[in-house]
Design a protein around this ligand. Structure first.
Ligand SMILES: [Mg+2]
Length: 232
């Protein structure tokens, strides 16, 4: 049976937090709460604004204008999503190698807002292939990740958003794996209660997947050695 695995992009593979901090520092000198936002927050905010033209939101006027300036700069950067640094320079290549070795089917799911240049799907595909994954399946979708996980008949979904993992755990038969970079007892305990796996990094998540999603464990010194060589 083919195992199907999906990976979220920002906060899992791509370092969006560093990129938005850089944009805000360039414009304002210091990063603020804008730097803590995610692309999903912004995509949903923009959709809500399109639906209700005069959406004031809960932010103060200053915070709102800062937020708008930062996101305008992002929207106006040609192919912004191809410029992000990877969170782990080996992770994408490692997913590619595991995909081939275990015959996994892999999807990359994102809800990034559009920017100047190519479509979000194509920017994301280019980034992934630069990082070592040829022919990536990229899905740009809003709404519940649970519905997507069910429709794609996923077995595993890796995400840094507790809400996305909750959606996946509730609305699909996929096992969600949450990345929590810093120790956070409240989040980790509630995740475990909901049978959501927790990993500190994408590297740790991949080790977990290797154990859970590979039919048979590699045995023998040669296959272990080939793994070490491949992953260097
Ligand atoms: Mg994310």
């Amino acid at each position: 049976m083919t195992v199907r695995i999906a990976f979220d992009m920002d906060g899992v593979l791509a370092d969006f937090a560093a990129a938005i901090r850089r944009v805000e520092s360039r414009l304002f000198g210091t990063p603020s709460t804008v730097a803590a936002e995610t692309p999903e927050d912004e995509a949903e905010h923009e959709e809500a604004q399109a639906a209700h033209a005069a959406n004031a939101g809960a932010r103060s006027r200053e915070a709102r204008s800062r937020h708008d300036a930062v996101w305008n700069a992002i929207h106006n950067t040609v192919d912004f999503w191809t410029t992000l640094a990877p969170l782990d320079p080996h992770a994408v290549r490692r997913i590619h190698e595991m995909m081939l070795r275990h015959r996994w089917e892999v999807f990359f799911i994102t809800q990034r807002p559009a920017t100047q240049g190519q479509t979000v799907q194509r920017q994301t595909q280019q980034w992934l292939s630069q990082q070592g994954f040829d022919l990536p399946s990229v899905l740009v979708i809003g709404g519940s990740r649970g519905a997507a996980a069910a429709a794609l008949r996923l077995d595993f979904h890796v995400d840094d958003s507790p809400q996305h993992c909750l959606d996946v755990a509730c609305d699909s038969r996929a096992r969600a794996l949450l990345i929590v970079p810093e120790p956070d007892a409240v989040t980790e305990n509630s995740a475990k209660r909901l049978r959501i796996g927790v990993a500190r990094s994408i590297g740790e998540a991949l080790e977990e997947l290797e154990q859970k999603a590979s039919g048979s464990q590699p045995t023998g010194i040669l296959s272990r050695l080939s793994q070490i060589v491949d992953w260097r």
